[in-house]
Design a binder for this molecule. Structure first.
Ligand SMILES: Cc1cc2nc3c(=O)[nH]c(=O)nc-3n(C[C@H](O)[C@H](O)[C@H](O)COP(=O)(O)OP(=O)(O)OC[C@H]3O[C@@H](n4cnc5c(N)ncnc54)[C@H](O)[C@@H]3O)c2cc1C
Length: 511
């Protein structure tokens, strides 16, 4: 059977590998000239930068992809542990680290609030229960029918899953800074802590279970090793191939995928297809006549995640005292979050995430200075689209905050600084409204309410990636490939697994 996978983001790569292991012939079509989607590599002034993800949680999800082919991930790429996981820098000058050990974590919380430190273990226990239900039970569940979701409602209710994460933290912590530290995780997948369900508290338990890692050489090195793994096992990758249509037969099944490639149209016949771009892109490519009623409603009513501004820069000197991952929190919290998610202007006091890869990975050091990126959550383009005029001013704002709070003298130490904003996400990655993380992780957009992993009316067209269940972030999108694997196994029972065919070949050659 021949499968076409659209896009080469982490979800698409995981899907392509899983389909190949099931025994399908796989072609990957990517619109960009290079792979990775949000996790691609930017080459700036002779230096390679990770464009997007920098934090690896749930490392076993990547190990599994190599194991599908009898290989070990560690033989291809090393994961380096981050310690601290993150440093939180507050506007009042205080700091707290999120760290790998529970005892050290209590000591860190104690610096801000000894009383809250006593409640940390209870908070962690609750997070673990959220993880067991929200990720282990539901993460790779198939939510194409509403009954599959309804059966989980009592459990979620019992765990307080209908509350928001911000409110949930108040049950355990009274210090506002501690609450911020344990409720900002939804921001990492495009959600507002004030409105995202407390189920996202599971992220903390996931971090505690699997640690926080950095792929040696950067996340883009991991992407390149996943592609090399696929190529070793026969997956064909086609870059600069933007999918423009999908042909369906009279029974409603996809029979071919058409892509634009350097002014020509390329047609690839297929038995099944997986869409790893934004689901809204697929829905408009298909046209409303091929959508079910619920799909049409979802398409019209869905809420986007926020936008992102990311500045990649080099300094003349190094800043050895900075942690790998620092979150620079603004004095405002609720007001700033409202500005990001509902506001129509750029915030004057953004919170920032600073990435300093050389802190963990010596291979990322440069001789004549240091490489960084800094990220600010901003409104998506549906709420604010004045970047043409405001981008230079916003860059100055971001540099000034870093200079005042973390990196003295930064403006005179800069060698270069180049930024992307929501226009890049819209134009280069085809993300509607320039959303940084596809659609928002709201309860009303989770499980059955999220875009489904298979089209209602096109039974051999599957969806992976941040816009579908279980959601954004590397663990989410790589897990979406597991949902698809299960569906395809059921839908195409006669296909022989790839590994079985290798052993058949081996057995034949011995005979
Ligand atoms: C700046 C930033 C930092 C982040 N940091 C982290 C982090 O530290 N840890 C973490 O876990 N997550 C992080 N994330 C989130 C994570 O990167 C994403 O959730 C994940 O990479 C998205 O993967 P995806 O499979 O949805 O595909 P995407 O990466 O969104 O890629 C989709 C691909 O599909 C292609 N495509 C779309 N339409 C078509 C078409 N018609 N034809 C052909 N190709 C098409 C696009 O060109 C794109 O390459 C970060 C994201 C960003 C932007």
């Amino acid at each position: 059977m021949r499968a076409v996978v659209v896009g080469s983001g982490a979800g698409s790569l995981a899907s392509a590998l899983r389909l190949r292991a099931l025994g399908h012939e796989v072609d990957v079509l990517e619109a960009c000239p290079d792979p990775g989607g949000r996790a691609r590599t930017f080459s700036l002034h002779g230096h390679a930068f990770d464009a997007g993800p920098t934090v690896i949680t749930a490392p076993w999800l990547f190990d599994e992809l190599f194991e599908l082919f009898g290989e070990r991930r560690a033989d291809s790429i090393e994961f380096l542990p981050c310690d601290p996981w993150y440093r939180l820098s507050y506007a009042d000058g205080s700091e707290m680290d999120l760290v790998p050990s529970v005892e050290r974590q209590e000591a860190q919380i104690s610096k801000l609030s000894p009383q809250d430190a006593k409640n940390y273990r209870a908070f962690l226990e609750h997070s673990k229960r959220l993880y067991e239900v929200g990720y282990e039970e539901l993460g790779d569940a198939d939510f194409t029918s509403i009954t599959s979701m309804l059966s989980m409602v009592p459990k979620l209710f019992k765990l307080g899953g209908f509350s928001t994460l911000w409110r949930h933290t108040a049950r355990y912590f009274s210090d506002r800074r501690v609450r911020q530290a344990f409720s900002l995780q939804p921001l990492l997948v495009g959600g507002n802590p004030l409105s995202t369900t407390s189920i996202y508290g599971l992220i903390h338990a996931m971090e505690r279970k699997g640690g926080i890692w950095f792929a040696k050489g950067g996340t883009s090195a991991l992407i390149h090793h996943l592609i090399a793994l696929g190529e070793r096992h026969g997956i064909r990758f086609h870059y600069d191939h933007k999918v423009v249509s999908l042909t369906t037969d009279t029974s409603g099944k996809v029979t071919s995928v058409e892509a634009a490639h350097r002014g020509e149209q390329v047609t690839i016949p297929c038995d099944l297809a997986v869409w790893g771009g934004d689901p809204r892109g697929l829905y408009s490519t298909l046209g409303s006549q091929r959508l079910s009623l619920t799909e049409r409603i979802r398409q019209r009513t869905v809420a986007s995640s926020m936008g992102l501004y990311v500045l990649y820069f080099k300094t003349k000197r190094s800043y050895p005292n900075l942690a790998h991952h620092t979150i620079v929190l603004s004095e405002r919290w609720e007001g700033l979050l409202n500005d990001i998610f509902k506001g129509t202007r750029l915030p004057k006091d953004p919170s920032l995430y600073l990435h300093r890869p050389a802190a963990t990975d010596p291979s990322m050091r440069v001789n004549d200075g240091e490489l960084f990126y800094v990220l600010a959550p901003v409104p998506h383009l549906g709420n604010y689209d004045g970047w043409k005029f405001d981008a230079p001013r916003f860059k100055d704002t971001v540099i000034k905050i870093l200079e005042d709070r973390l990196m003295p003298g930064l403006s005179s130490e800069l060698v270069f600084g180049e930024a992307v904003d929501p226009r890049y996400f819209r134009d280069a990655l085809m993300s509607p409204l320039g959303a940084g993380f596809s659609i928002a992780p709201l309860l009303s957009q989770s499980a059955w309410f999220r875009f489904h992993n298979r089209m209602d009316r096109i039974p051999n067209l599957y969806l992976c990636g941040a816009g579908v269940h279980p959601g954004g972030g590397l663990p989410g999108v790589v897990t979406s490939a597991k949902v698809i694997e299960r569906m395809v196994t059921r839908d195409f029972p006669s296909v022989h697994p790839y590994q079985a065919s290798i052993s058949e070949i081996a057995a034949r050659s011995v005979a």
